[in-house]
Each structure stands twice: as structure tokens, then as C-alpha cells.
Design a protein around this ligand. Structure first.
Ligand code: SF4
Length: 337
């Protein structure tokens, strides 16, 4: 019997050298792509080792997402049924009332969610919108839950209001690699996203940022997304990895399916390059078999969206998720004794 040496890939020696922008480039795109190309077993082995070094691998953090303002968004994100540019039929609705948000948060908490994320379909909030959101954040915090919001671009002033309200996390995804981004969104650029993330980071609010795979990007572009996230300084505390949900009426309604094993590889590469992040299984989980989800956990996922709906697309029901976690001997983070 021969013993095979497992190839381990690490950040380059230039890890600490600063790019002109002042951001330390920990991972080059080539290095991340090399991880993607490892034999599957070697990749998962390395991801498992990194995961076990930093986390209890059987605990999963559960976040429930609520759309507090749906539809009619003025951005043209090609994957999104809430964009006014798409014809997916999501109506432009008014913002939910505070009582409805608190009721939904309480219900999520009773079902085991530890974090409650409030999402609004805006390019950016107005001052009046912010006044309402601040009350929601304060009320959800009062329930003893972690709070997260995803409201689009933020000014310094709005970031400060959220900080004062005690917001724990702000979600703003990079979506894709810089060189693929223009294929999916034209109404705001990549730098706008980086600027919002920088403001959030400077205010001391935890950063939640990830992306979407399966939109027709190349492997190099998928690696480019992960490298971009991993090179944020510091990298995000939460990294949602979404598998495109193809919604009829959106520009990506007919995109080709991503091989599920390529999704698993993306999770593993995110785990290796961002060792201490919560890597979250996000959109697209409803279409995944239990076996693929189990592989994702093996690859280092340790967070997932929990609850029957995401913003406007479906999610596995709570019973199916609890049964899956039971089968795998896993438990929600908040319930660990
Ligand atoms: S992803 Fe967000 S910003 Fe883009 S269209 Fe949908 S709601 Fe608007």
C-alpha cells in the first residue's frame, strides 16, 4: 500500500505585502483557483482541518431572514426577482410595520434561530426608512437575538445610526468577481459595494458579505470572488454562499445548472481562505439534496438560513432542516448546552 502526500495550499509569501490600495493581499486569484482544482478528497480534507482548528464542527449557526420591504427595487441585478427591471412579478410593497417584524423575530427565535436578518429591496435607504429600521433593530435586540440588516448602500450617517442602534451585522454581498460583475449589474459598481463595506467595518459593525455562484461565471471568476472576499482586511465575519435560484422573469432565469460538487468546492475554498468566518449555506438550499448539504457541512459550512422563506424565494422547511441536523448529529449553535 502506498501513502499519498496530500497537497496543502496556503497563501503566498506575499500575504503581508500591501497592495497600492492598502489592502493586504492574502490570496492571489491563481492560488484560490489552485485550491478549486485540488482532488476533491484533498480539498475537503484540508477544509476539514481548518474547520476543526477553529470551530465545533457539529454546531451550526441559524439565521432567519425577513423581507421588511419587498419589490420595486431600482437596481438591475440580473438574478433578482425584486428588481423593477425584471418581470418576476414581485410587487412593490410597503415596509412592514414594527409589530409584524417583532412577531416574526419572536417566532424565529422560538424555532431556534439565533440571528434575525432584516432585508429591504432598496438601492439605499432614505432618512425616513432608516428611522423605521433603527426601531426594528432595537426591538429585535431586546428579544435577545443577534441582529443583521441588508439595506443596500449606506452613507456614513446611516452606518452611524445602525451602530448606535446596536446592529450586530450588516450584510452587503460582493455578488461576484470584479471582472464578471458587469454582466449581472450595471446600476452600481463594484467600488460602491466595497465603499459600503469599508464604512460598516470602520464603524465596528460585523461584516456579512458573500456572493452567488452558478450565474455563468468561469472557474477563475469564481476564484476571483473568493479571493476578493478573503482579501478584505479583515475578511467578513459571515460569508453567505448562494447557489443561484433561477427565477422566471429574471435575466438569469435560464442559466445553466452548476454542478453540485462545484458548489461544495466553493464552500471548501471559502473555509480554507477565511478560516474563522461563519460560512453560510444560503439561497439555493431548497434545491439541494440532503447528501449535497451534508457534503457542504463536511467542507466547512457552519451557518445556514433557517425558515421557510428567504427574501422572496423558498427555503427548506424547518422540520426538514431539523431532521437533517439530527441525522448528521449536528445542533443549532444557540441550543448547545
Ligand atoms: S439584489 Fe437587492 S439591490 Fe439588487 S435588485 Fe434585488 S433587492 Fe435590489
Amino acid at each position: 500500500m502506498t501513502t499519498q502526500t496530500v497537497q496543502f495550499l496556503r497563501p503566498s509569501k506575499s500575504a503581508d505585502s500591501a497592495k497600492p490600495s492598502g489592502i493586504a493581499q492574502r490570496w492571489s486569484v491563481d492560488e484560490v483557483e489552485a485550491l478549486f482544482k485540488l482532488p476533491f478528497a484533498d480539498l475537503l480534507y484540508q477544509a476539514q482541518q481548518v474547520h476543526r482548528e477553529h470551530f465545533d464542527v457539529n454546531a451550526v449557526q441559524l439565521s432567519t431572514l425577513l423581507s421588511i420591504k419587498s419589490g420595486g427595487c431600482t437596481e438591475d441585478c440580473g438574478y433578482c426577482p425584486q428588481s423593477a427591471f425584471n418581470s418576476a412579478g414581485v410587487e412593490d410593497q410597503e415596509m412592514l410595520k414594527l409589530e409584524a417584524v417583532v412577531k416574526a423575530a419572536r417566532a424565529a427565535q422560538q424555532k431556534g434561530a439565533g440571528r434575525f436578518c432584516m432585508g429591504a429591496a432598496w438601492r439605499e435607504p432614505s432618512d425616513a426608512d432608516m428611522a423605521s429600521v433603527v426601531k426594528m433593530v432595537e426591538a429585535v435586540r431586546d428579544l435577545g437575538m443577534e441582529t443583521c440588516a441588508t439595506l443596500g448602500m449606506l452613507s456614513e450617517e446611516h452606518v452611524e445610526q445602525l451602530r448606535e442602534a446596536g446592529l450586530d451585522y450588516y450584510n452587503h454581498n460582493l455578488d461576484s468577481a470584479p471582472d464578471f460583475y458587469g454582466e449581472i449589474i450595471t446600476t452600481r459598481d463594484y467600488q460602491d459595494r466595497l465603499d459600503t463595506l469599508e464604512r460598516v467595518r470602520r464603524a465596528g459593525i460585523n461584516v456579512c458579505s458573500g456572493g452567488i455562484v452558478g450565474m455563468g461565471e468561469s472557474l477563475t471568476q469564481r476564484a476571483g470572488l473568493i479571493a476578493q472576499l478573503a482579501n478584505l482586511n479583515p475578511y467578513p465575519e459571515s460569508v453567505p454562499i448562494n447557489n443561484l435560484v433561477k427565477v422566471e422573469g429574471t435575466a438569469m432565469g435560464n442559466a445553466a445548472d452548476l454542478d453540485p460538487l462545484d458548489f461544495v468546492r466553493t464552500i471548501a475554498v471559502a473555509r480554507i481562505t477565511m478560516p474563522k468566518a461563519r460560512v453560510r449555506l444560503s439561497a439555493g438550499r431548497q434545491q439541494m439534496s440532503d447528501a449535497v448539504q451534508a457534503l457542504c457541512f463536511l467542507a466547512g459550512a457552519n451557518s445556514m438560513f433557517y425558515g421557510e422563506r428567504l427574501l422572496t424565494t423558498g427555503n427548506p422547511d424547518v422540520e426538514r432542516d431539523r431532521a437533517l441536523l439530527d441525522k448528521l448529529g449536528m445542533y443549532p449553535l444557540a441550543e448547545k448546552m
